[in-house]
Design a protein around this ligand. Structure first.
Ligand SMILES: *Cc1c(COP(=O)(O)O)cnc(C)c1O
Length: 412
């Protein structure tokens, strides 16, 4: 930081304030995590200085021999991690990984069948405000209104009726296991492709804690920065038969020069994820989520679908007569970062919502376990039940700061 603080004290100070925010608070946003020192170092390395358009062995620029080595390692490690035949590690983000699959296998105006955004899906699965909703027709399935879980019979019915080109499964806010095999079978039955977007649960899939989609569905897309705990970015995996179409869609189809510092950091992340400790970490994420869910429910809070199988849960605040926005703001003041989230059968706008999404990947990275999750669950309940009391919020914040201090994000 010394170069930066001399060169640009204004930015250095902002980064330091953010470091303190991350250190002193509890990050329960389900899509966030804390990367290792090694990942940070690779991301901040001189690998950013180079143009490397193309792929290893076929670049449009000279001087790429070490970039080829880094990208080959990233691809090989990712393939090994998920048992994939082919991997593309160049997408700048999860959204762009999805874009590449659509570009490779759909004509403009063809149809996507995917999960509704307000029931757990992602913007890039066909929202009218995303390119996906503008370039393609979109049909969407939700969860069963009673169980609040996926109903594969309904998905199959819709697939038969809508005749989509691609069926998308995978979600940003779905606390239950996804049956990728069922989705691929439904797709096969109607002559569609199946894409699993495992952005959220990639770490769980890589370690077998959630069923893996790779080798089961036609295409798997992911981010590398959620449960996979790497740098911000995307990746695609598929069988060899689709490799060329995918690679062409990414470059030159929709991106220029790859972010080689990020790809280098992805390689570091994948190597970390191949270690036994990463499986242990993902096991703990799920254990922590189960205890947190149990604690919230014991405090009288209703969870969508009655619990969780993965790293996240959705709290329904309807019977607390609160909105997601109110709860997010109050918990934020107490040092607990969560996000408001729509829930199945939502009646409010996405800026207000009736729910909260709560996830355990980041706090688990800091070393927190079951005992801490019980405390966190109780704090969340205390704030929600006494939301207008500044004294209560201040008391919780003090305890949050105290506990966070025992789990530094970067113990030196
Ligand atoms: C987070 C997420 C993405 C998008 O990732 P970005 O890197 O933010 O573009 C895509 N799909 C799902 C299901 C996600 O949860």
């Amino acid at each position: 930081m010394s170069y930066l603080s001399q060169m640009d004290p204004e930015i250095a100070e902002i980064i330091e304030k953010e470091r303190l925010r991350q250190t002193n608070g509890l990050e329960l946003i389900a899509s966030e995590n804390v990367v290792s020192h090694a990942v940070l170092e690779a991301m901040g390395s001189i690998m950013t200085n180079k143009y490397a358009e193309g792929y290893p062995g076929k670049r449009y620029y000279g001087g790429c021999e070490f970039h080829d080595q880094a990208e080959n390692l990233a691809r090989d490690r990712l393939k090994k991690l998920f048992g994939a035949e082919h991997a593309n590690v160049q997408p700048h983000s999860g959204t762009q990984a999805n874009m590449a699959v659509y570009f490779a296998f759909m004509k403009l105006g063809e149809k996507i069948l995917s999960m509704k955004l307000n029931q757990g899906g992602h913007l890039s699965h066909g929202s009218p405000v995303s390119f996906t909703g503008k370039f393609y027709q979109v049909a969407q399935y939700g969860v069963d209104p009673k169980t609040e879980m996926l109903d594969y019979g309904v998905v199959e019915q819709m697939a038969k009726q809508e005749k989509p080109q691609i069926i998308v499964c995978g979600a940003s806010a779905y606390p239950r296991t996804i049956d990728f095999k069922a989705f691929q079978e439904i797709a096969d039955g109607v002559g569609a492709y199946c894409m699993a977007d495992i952005a959220h649960i990639a770490g769980l899939c890589a370690t077998g804690i959630h069923p893996n989609s790779v080798g089961v569905v036609n295409f798997t897309t992911t981010t590398t920065h959620k449960t996979l705990r790497g740098p911000r970015g995307g990746a695609i995996m598929c069988n060899s038969e689709y490799a060329q179409a995918i690679d062409k869609a990414v470059f030159p189809g929709m991106q220029g020069g790859p972010l080689m510092h990020t790809i280098t950091a992805k390689a570091v992340c994948f190597e970390e994820a191949l270690k036994p400790s990463f499986k242990e970490y993902n096991r703990q994420i799920v254990k922590n989520a189960k205890i947190l869910a149990e604690t919230l429910m014991n405090n009288g809070l209703r969870l969508v679908s009655g619990g969780t199988d993965n790293h996240l849960m959705l709290v329904d605040l309807t019977d607390q007569h609160l909105t997601g926005l109110e709860a997010e703001v109050a918990l934020g003041k107490a040092g607990i970062t969560v996000n408001k989230n729509t829930i199945p059968n939502e009646t409010k706008s996405p800026f207000v919502t009736s729910g909260l999404r709560v996830g355990t990947p980041a706090v688990t990275s800091r070393g927190m376990k079951e005992a801490e999750m019980r405390r966190v669950g109780n704090w969340i309940a205390i704030v929600i039940k006494d939301i207008h009391s500044d004294a209560t919020i201040a008391r919780v914040k003090k305890e949050v700061t105290e506990m966070s201090g025992k789990f530094p994000i970067y113990p030196s």
